[in-house]
Design a protein around this ligand. Structure first.
Ligand code: NI
Length: 230
């Protein structure tokens, strides 16, 4: 399931982060963090892993995502990797690749952690009309999906998919990207929970039968209890 999450950040917050990114001296070759297969097709810039700005902005992005009801309902996050930031300009691109399935990272307390990448997330900082190309293309069994979202919006998609970022031929594409380990490992189960959650919310908002809503809410939580790992 691919899900567009609108307005993770307000336009003001987005512009503020963008200003900090554009004036940063911490940009390095994106191949600093990539496996052997990715290194052959990755041509972009990233904020260095050692960058204090990366750590600071990463916390802001993580906090915004965790407060977003749609993100929480869809991802059911257990662990979120500290977000990274990238920039594509002057024809830069990241050809078709697959992300690593198990990742090591250092958390805010300096502890080494392991994360299984269930979901990938890209948050956009430039408006679509400000650059040419730069679509995120996600290939799944239904075909290829092209994604280019307004600044402040995010896309959530399964980490199991092949994907690429098309060359940016004019302007610059600024984004943040991160991986999530979900409490619910199975894509199908996660989707069923999300759809049930969405339907329950709609029933509640439209004044559906209280007893039935309560019963369905109970079923949701019992399924989540059965299917989740914490
Ligand atoms: Ni990737």
């Amino acid at each position: 399931m691919m899900l567009h999450i609108p307005q993770v950040l307000s336009k003001e917050e987005t512009a503020d982060i963008r200003r900090l990114l554009e004036s940063s001296q911490d940009w390095v070759d994106g191949r600093e963090t990539v496996g052997v297969q990715g290194a052959q097709v990755k041509r972009n810039q990233q904020l260095a892993d050692s960058s204090e700005l990366k750590a600071h902005l990463g916390q802001r992005v993580t906090a915004a995502l965790q407060q977003h009801p749609l993100f929480f309902a869809a991802a059911l996050p257990l662990r979120i990797i500290p977000p990274r930031f990238n920039r594509y300009a002057g024809g830069e691109t990241y050809g078709m690749h697959v992300d690593g399935s198990v990742m090591q990272y250092t958390d805010l307390n300096g502890q080494s952690q392991t994360l299984r990448s269930d979901l990938s997330c890209t948050l956009f900082f430039a408006e679509p009309e400000e650059y040419e190309g730069g679509e995120l293309v996600v290939a799944d069994t239904y075909g290829e999906h092209l994604v280019k979202l307004p600044a402040g919006d995010a896309i959530l998609y399964p980490s199991s998919s092949l994907h690429e970022v098309r060359p940016v031929t004019q302007g610059a594409r600024l984004a943040s990207f991160l991986w999530i380990q979900s409490m619910v490992r199975s894509e199908g189960q996660r989707r069923a929970l999300f759809e049930m959650d969405t339907a329950i919310t709609r029933l509640r908002e439209t004044g559906g039968d209280n007893a039935a809503v309560l019963q369905l809410t109970g079923v949701y939580h019992n399924l989540l209890r059965d299917w989740s790992e914490t």
